[in-house]
Design a protein around this ligand. Structure first.
Ligand SMILES: *[C@@H]1O[C@H](CO)[C@@H](O)[C@H](O)[C@H]1NC(C)=O
Ligand SMILES: *[C@@H]1O[C@H](CO)[C@@H](O)[C@H](O)[C@H]1NC(C)=O
Ligand SMILES: *[C@@H]1O[C@H](CO)[C@@H](O)[C@H](O)[C@H]1NC(C)=O
Ligand SMILES: *[C@@H]1O[C@H](CO)[C@@H](O)[C@H](O)[C@H]1NC(C)=O
Ligand SMILES: *[C@@H]1O[C@H](CO)[C@@H](O)[C@H](O)[C@H]1NC(C)=O
Ligand SMILES: *[C@@H]1O[C@H](CO)[C@@H](O)[C@H](O)[C@H]1NC(C)=O
Length: 873
């Protein structure tokens, strides 16, 4: 996506005479509840739930109804205690540092209070030098129930309500989450359970020093186009004991650039900003991943001796372009990366686990790799979860995934008492400083859907009271958050909300009358009842940052958290897991528009088939919508279009339940994710019908001479009835052009002996280059709903498996008939197929399977099941 130039630069984190005592890794923390009935060892980083789990006091928190059964944990108060002995060597200053406290706590050292915390997203530091004693010392962290705290805060806010009070009952969650600076989804969401964790979710340590301590360092390259020059803004946050002068030198070795600075500190915490001018950063690298040029910037920080640490600086520019478009009211809304307009293809990211300490590096890597493998180039870190861990952004930098970063406010009004604003200010400063060196972050966004909530009055606020809420909104997101971001980071755009009308919202006083206006900004769009195949009802938005449909995860995933009595679509369990009102019915209704619903007399089979049909529905619905957005990138129709982003809701899951995700909890791909691999393909033919005319667009992120080949098949046979080849067209990079246009009746009449009708035939199409080689995936169009199709046979799909490499299996499929939505499931053998959920119009097809752990041909053959559309009724 971008051409990164790489600079390694070195810095010195602990400048002189430092000492660190980790209280997390070596520590032996003890955890107890408020009446002392439970007292046991706990790990830090960690939380109360994971500590209880480790002791065997509770079972898998996701099993069956445990989200409700374990509610007692979060209604209690919990205390973490540790004893430790610092070294005897006295230091001028000692700081007790908490990288993350979840959430409301009083912290005691040797029985004396040293500070309080109220924000999960902040680092806290306390000065403790004078309170330490020789020999054994003791730190105690008394955590208050987040549920009780939120209730108390909301009651103390007596002058007016700050809605919503509680989540809808279907979510079985806790109330007043907007009164606590904590992952907003932890009190339940429409895709997730209520687990308001308590704990020390990041590292804890003592830092002792005599002269100077470096708390944080960032380096952000900013391009000055009028000077054609890069400025690397290097910024350090220092903690000085006394007046100190240091020498700092920055150099890019490859460019022979070097700059020396003298910095003087007074006692206390200071920010030090240095600029290094870099005239020529040659963009010699090509497109795509892994083609970066490495330059070395060395930074020496000298006190009485010098030291250095390596890091990387990537050069890229990002602009959010909002300017008039010919033939359309409103403004464009797209990202220009390194001077080039880029269509953002991807999804939305939610917390990967309710217990953040249980998210492993492998989980993060697997999810991000899955995004990249599905041809995504962007993810939105949604504002109801957490600012993700450093590893997440490091991997995005490395893999070329662009991040739309929300601040953590979602679907609610928020209070604006001064202590609340103050803790948010500190949160925002810290998070921006932490994340701004990451080139993957291309835009900040103040909140999720709060402009829309206010503008379209989700909470039925009486008219006379509304000015108060508008004032609070502007105060929080504009006067505080936006002001801080502009001050701290001049290298990327800031949006106040998502969805928003961007510049138009600002013009209208930050809250637009209609933030969903298609002529401006980004849009969120959901409609579960309308036929999702009907593209004419879809919003031709400038940028689609949320849209989607629910589905159920697979049986093998659900089985891990359920019992046989739960295995039916109407069970209490199925009802309990669904956190979106009417969700289970909506899925079947939408599926029923185009497919026969499962009717097996065997109830377990019917349950599995129903899970399957929800995934078919979701995959096809999101495909239709995404293809609509991609083909709308070059056109203005009725004043709308130039769509430059499609981020569907949502990438991942927090537990094993029905949701909009394309990846199940545990990493298994749903049918949608396999579809995404194709509908986000760099080259894609998109076919649809407009008033009886077949239109096929060639969508390209590249630049190519292409033509289109259309093949028509009868449902009842695996031999193509006829093929049609379009003329050749040059399809420019970053465009969508019509490559084929033909009335369906003419196409069918010219096909074979004219035996094809909408009901008996379907078509596939793919792009070819001038040599006749296939480019991009084979796509297809049904000419009628499959449930109305004539001649669809029950296919007999047989397979053989062979292991051709150590960790790859080849599956040769053979089908007796055309088969739709062919779904291979390796059940409890974790891994990924090369393709899945596909339309099989040939007798043979080869699919590969990459297992994620040891398995064997025998095991795979035993596990493998194949389901197609005709099998479920
Ligand atoms: C102590 O608190 C727990 C809840 O954390 C409760 O289940 C238990 O009954 C209490 N024990 C006593 C002795 O009050
Ligand atoms: C938790 O602490 C708060 C504040 O000290 C107190 O009001 C509440 O009763 C405590 N809860 C329990 C279960 O002890
Ligand atoms: C670019 O440099 C010029 C001259 O120093 C300065 O006036 C201008 O503000 C800079 N622009 C940016 C975007 O920093
Ligand atoms: C969904 O579409 C239907 C039919 O077009 C329409 O009546 C309904 O208002 C839409 N619902 C939403 C939430 O947009
Ligand atoms: C399916 O095909 C296989 C192999 O061609 C054959 O052995 C088997 O009998 C067929 N099954 C049915 C139900 O037709
Ligand atoms: C399809 O597979 C069968 C069995 O694996 C094989 O006998 C046949 O030759 C294959 N046909 C084609 C067209 O590849």
């Amino acid at each position: 996506i971008t051409i990164w130039l790489l600079i390694a630069f070195t810095l010195c984190k602990y400048v002189y005479g430092d000492e660190r005592l980790e209280l997390s890794l070596n520590g032996k923390w003890i955890l107890q509840n408020s009446n002392g009935s439970l007292l046991f060892p706990a790990e830090v980083p960690g939380c109360v739930h994971s500590a209880l789990l480790k002791q065997g006091f509770i079972q898998d928190i996701y099993f069956r109804f445990n989200d409700v059964a374990y509610r007692w944990i979060v209604l209690d108060n919990w205390t973490y205690t540790i004893s430790f002995s610092p070294s005897n060597e006295a230091k001028q200053r000692v700081r007790l540092v908490f990288e993350g406290v979840d959430t409301v706590a009083s912290i005691f050292l040797n029985g004396v209070i040293t500070g309080n915390t109220d924000n999960m997203f902040r680092r806290y530091e306390f000065s403790v030098g004078k309170m330490l004693r020789g020999g054994e010392n003791n730190v105690e962290v008394r955590l208050l129930s987040p549920v009780v705290y939120s209730l108390e805060r909301s009651q103390a806010h007596s002058s007016y309500a700050v809605p919503p009070d509680c989540p809808p009952p279907v979510q079985k969650g806790e109330c007043h989450v907007n009164f606590i600076r904590k992952a907003q989804s932890s009190f339940s969401w429409d895709w997730g359970p209520s687990f308001p964790t308590l704990g020390l979710w990041k590292g804890v340590r003592l830092e002792a020093f005599n002269v100077l301590r470096l708390i944080h360092l960032s380096a952000v390259p900013v391009y000055n186009s009028s000077l054609s020059q890069w400025v690397v803004e290097v910024e350090g946050l220092f903690d000085a004991v006394e007046q100190t002068t240091v020498r700092v030198s920055l150099s890019v070795v490859e460019l022979w650039t070097e700059e020396a600075f003298t910095v003087r500190f007074l006692p206390g915490t200071h920010k030090c900003s240095l600029s290094l001018y870099v005239n020529q950063v040659r963009r010699v690298c090509g497109e795509g991943k892994g083609t970066a040029v490495c330059l070395c910037l060395v930074c020496f920080i000298v006190v009485s001796f010098s030291c250095e640490f390596p890091t990387q600086v990537y050069f890229r520019t990002v602009e959010l372009v909002q300017e008039p478009i010919a033939g359309s009211p409103g403004l464009s809304f797209y990202f220009r990366i390194n001077g080039k307009p880029i269509f953002l293809k991807g999804s939305n990211w939610i917390p990967a686990h309710a217990l953040q300490d249980l998210v492993s590096p492998a989980d993060v890597r697997n999810l991000l790799q899955s995004a990249v493998d599905a041809n995504m180039n962007a993810l939105r870190v949604w504002g109801g979860g957490v600012y993700e861990q450093d590893l997440f952004y490091d991997l995005c930098d490395e893999m070329g995934v662009m991040i739309w970063q929300d601040f953590m406010f979602a679907c609610a009004m928020y209070p604006t008492e001064s202590d609340f604003i103050q803790t948010i200010r500190e949160e925002v400063i810290q998070q921006v400083r932490r994340l701004k060196s990451h080139p993957s972050v291309i835009v900040w966004s103040g909140n999720n859907e709060n402009e829309a909530a206010l503008a379209t009055d989700w909470f039925k606020i009486p008219v006379v009271q509304r000015p108060q809420y508008y004032t609070d909104y502007v105060s929080l997101y504009v006067d505080n958050i936006r002001a801080i971001v502009l001050e701290e980071d001049g290298s990327r755009p800031f949006l106040v909300s998502s969805p928003t009308n961007g510049a138009e919202s600002q013009w209208e006083g930050w809250v637009s009358r209609d933030p969903y206006n298609l002529h401006y900004g980004d849009t969120h769009y959901y409609n579960y009842t309308h036929d999702c195949w009907d593209w004419t009802a879809l919003p031709r938005a400038r940028f689609a940052s949320e849209y989607g449909f629910q589905s159920w995860p697979s049986f093998s995933t659900l089985r891990k958290v359920s019992k046989p009595e739960d295995w039916s679509y109407g069970s209490t369990f199925s009802h309990h897991r669904q956190h979106h009102a009417e969700g289970n019915q909506q899925m079947l209704k939408q599926a029923g528009l185009h497919y026969h619903l499962p009717d097996s007399p065997d109830s377990l089979q019917r349950y599995k088939d129903t899970l399957y049909i929800t995934q078919v529905m979701q995959a096809q619905c999101v495909k239709t919508q995404t293809e609509f957005y991609r083909r709308s990138q070059s056109e203005i129709i009725e004043g709308k279009g130039h769509t430059m982003g499609a981020l569907y809701w949502q990438l991942n899951d927090i537990w094993q339940g029905p949701s909009w995700s394309s990846i199940e909890f545990g990493g298994k791909w749903k049918m949608l994710h396999y579809f995404a691999q194709e509908f986000f393909s760099p080259l894609l033919p998109v076919g649809f019908e407009d008033q009886g005319v077949l239109l096929v667009y060639a969508v390209s992120d590249l630049s190519h001479d292409l033509h289109l080949k259309v093949s028509v098949y009868g449902w009842s046979s695996v031999d193509a009835v006829c093929t049609v080849v379009s003329g050749t067209a040059l399809v420019g990079g970053g465009s969508a052009v019509v490559i084929h246009k033909q009335p369906i009746t003419a196409l069918l009449a010219g096909c074979g002996s004219g035996s094809c009708t909408r009901l008996t035939c379907l078509m596939t199409y793919h792009l070819e280059d001038i040599n006749g080689c296939q480019q991009g995936p084979i796509n297809h169009l049904f000419l009628s709903s499959p449930k109305e199709a004539h001649g669809m046979l029950k296919p007999n799909i047989t397979f053989s498996v062979q292991q051709d490499e150590v960790r790859r299996y080849t599956i040769n499929l053979r089908s007796s008939a055309v088969a739709a939505f062919v779904w291979l499931d390796a059940l409890d053998v974790p891994g990924r197929f090369s393709t899945n959920g596909f339309l099989m119009v040939t007798r043979n097809r080869t699919v590969t399977f990459d297992p994620w752990g040891p398995t064997s041909t025998k095991q795979l053959v035993q596990a493998l099941t194949i389901t197609s559309l005709r099998d479920v009724y």
